[in-house]
Design a binder for this molecule. Structure first.
Ligand code: PMP
Length: 350
């Protein structure tokens, strides 16, 4: 801390991301990255962009990407917002849409960046407990609030809230913005984007970091009513005129255009997840039903922190959260066959 810091910075508690180790021989199953590389067409598009034009600013509106996303989801470009990863998109969402004085509601077990943004923007919040099966109970959100946000599938549980329950939540909360954070939706869920024309209070965020394997490129998006999007644009344009750099814009467009590669890799991840669930159950783990590219598992007789430490000693990193109620769980990213085998072997030794 320095005397030059503003009092505001002194009180900030920043988000701590999962470890990004330098040693490439580690089996990295801790931050839900995709084990398969991005589409070769994405790499081609980025290479094609590597030229003299880098001296020029990128499109301040990201129009081609917005049009591509709009065509993909059957909405208008004015209903699409793009930014540097969904973390940045979410920062703008909290800033632009959740400042109403009433508490923002989100599940007590969910993405740990939400309370951080509340701290950053001074937004009061209430963490609503998950039910006994670790599911989101929509009836618990039907009360005055300054907005609602939750990941679907939820993170770190992997549990999916069906579209009918989201519809109920939107009906119950017509006066507040409901944000569905669909970072993991492509691994088995149905996107709520199909509801945006029906519900002007619905905003859906997505990322290219997981199902399109572009965590390193930092591209996220939001889809919703054009008036919600306009609020995000105002905040963004008061912060940075350019939503994405030239390489990210070109790569993101190509990622949406290569539907075959996307479908094929998602199917492979889903098949590996189902196998991983069976393998973990064979080892005595209880696994929550997952619609994501990770599983959330606990062993009734083993301490999760010790298991995580033992795996680490054997070169396999998974995520362990100290938070009460989930401190006996491990969140394990679905890897490729080799990574999943290394995990089995390491667990077998423990
Ligand atoms: N939402 C959830 C629920 C996540 O788990 C993540 C990834 N940590 C994000 C948003 C952010 O993803 P990104 O910034 O890479 O788009």
């Amino acid at each position: 801390m320095s005397k030059f810091w503003s009092p505001f910075v002194k009180d900030l508690v920043p988000y701590v991301p999962g470890e990004q180790p330098k040693m490439s021989r580690l089996v990295k199953l801790n931050t839900n990255e995709n084990p398969y590389g991005p589409s070769p067409k994405v790499l081609e598009a980025i290479r094609a962009e590597l030229g003299d034009d880098l001296r020029l600013y990128p499109d301040p509106n990201g129009e081609r990407l917005k049009q591509t996303v709009a065509d993909y989801y059957g909405v208008q470009p004015a209903q699409v917002f793009v930014g540097n990863g969904s973390d940045e998109v979410l920062a703008h969402v909290f800033h632009a849409l959740f400042q109403h004085g009433q508490p923002l509601l989100f599940p007590d077990i969910s993405y740990s960046f939400y309370p951080v943004y509340c701290g950053l923007y001074g937004i009061p919040f209430e963490a609503v407990p998950l039910d006994a099966q670790f599911r989101i109970a929509v009836a618990d959100y039907a009360r005055p609030n300054g907005g609602i946000i939750f990941p679907n599938p939820n993170a770190p549980t992997g549990c999916l809230l069906p579209l009918a329950a989201i519809r109920q939540l939107l009906e119950d909360n017509g006066d507040s913005v409901v944000v569905v954070d669909e970072a993991y939706i492509d691994f088995g869920g149905e996107s709520a984007i199909s509801l945006v024309d029906e519900y002007p209070n619905l905003l859906v965020t997505q990322t290219l970091s997981k199902s399109r394997s572009l965590a390193g490129l930092r591209v996220g998006l939001a889809v919703g009513n054009a008036e919600l999007i306009e609020a995000l644009e105002r905040v963004k344009n008061s912060f940075n005129s350019y939503p994405l750099d030239r390489l990210a814009l070109a790569g993101a467009v190509a990622a949406f255009e290569d539907q075959d590669y996307f479908e094929q890799t998602c199917q492979t991840v889903v098949a590996s997840r189902e196998q991983l669930v069976v393998d973990l159950q064979d080892l005595g783990f209880e696994v929550l039903p997952s619609a994501a590219n990770f599983v959330f598992a606990r062993h009734p007789q083993r301490d999760a922190a010790e298991l995580a430490a033992g795996l680490r000693e054997r070169g396999v990193i998974v995520r362990h959260f100290k938070q009460e109620r989930i401190s006996q769980f491990l969140r394990i990213t679905v890897g490729d066959a080799e990574q999943n085998m290394a995990l089995q072997e390491a667990l077998g030794e423990l």
